[in-house]
Design a protein around this ligand. Sequence first.
Ligand code: ADP
Ligand code: MG
Ligand code: MG
Length: 193
Amino acid sequence: MFTAENTTAWLTNFAGKIEANAAYLSDLDTPIGDADHGNNMARGVTAVTEALGKLSDPDLVTVLKTTAMALISKVGGASGPLYGTAFLEMAKAAKDANDTATLLDAALAGIEKRGGATTGDKTMVDVWVPLVADVKAGSLTKDQIKAAVEATKDIEAKKGRASYLGERSVGHIDPGSQSSGYLFEALIETEGI
Ligand code: ADP
Ligand code: MG
Ligand code: MG
């Protein structure tokens, strides 16, 4: 179950993982992209923690909406609107529900709708689809997260910048899948969600 408190803790943990791994994320984006994913995400999560820090006793919808706005306005690139939409759709769903399954389903549906990608396109969707299912089954582990991220290596990109490389995109982890992996790692480390 998501609350304003545990969601803030989740996002703060995520921000730390992105900041610690920004160089790695940009390295992943070098052979199959434009080498900016770590910088894009680091800029975004810094804006998120700043914006959340300014709220006093916010409700869950406000936490999620503030996060979405910071990501949309600061990340840039393809990933900004995608992560932003995920949190915006969670905020909308949080008006009527706060259970983990409903909110994560809303986030994933937002990413799929915004980006038009499906499983097998070598995007963050390849991590979100199996991991949301695992969270809902109450069985998500770090090994599963790692496996889902690693599995994007063997896929030929059909969406996003990496798709320009065609079959030369094979053999490289998708950077947005790795950053999404950190989001799910932070999620399972957060008490109560
Ligand atoms: P850009 O490619 O504009 O430089 P980033 O490097 O920040 O943006 O983000 C790239 C990541 O965005 C990819 O690794 C992929 O996971 C994700 N992505 C790109 N296009 C899509 C899409 N259409 N649907 C879902 N995810 C996508
Ligand atoms: Mg990039
Ligand atoms: Mg870019």
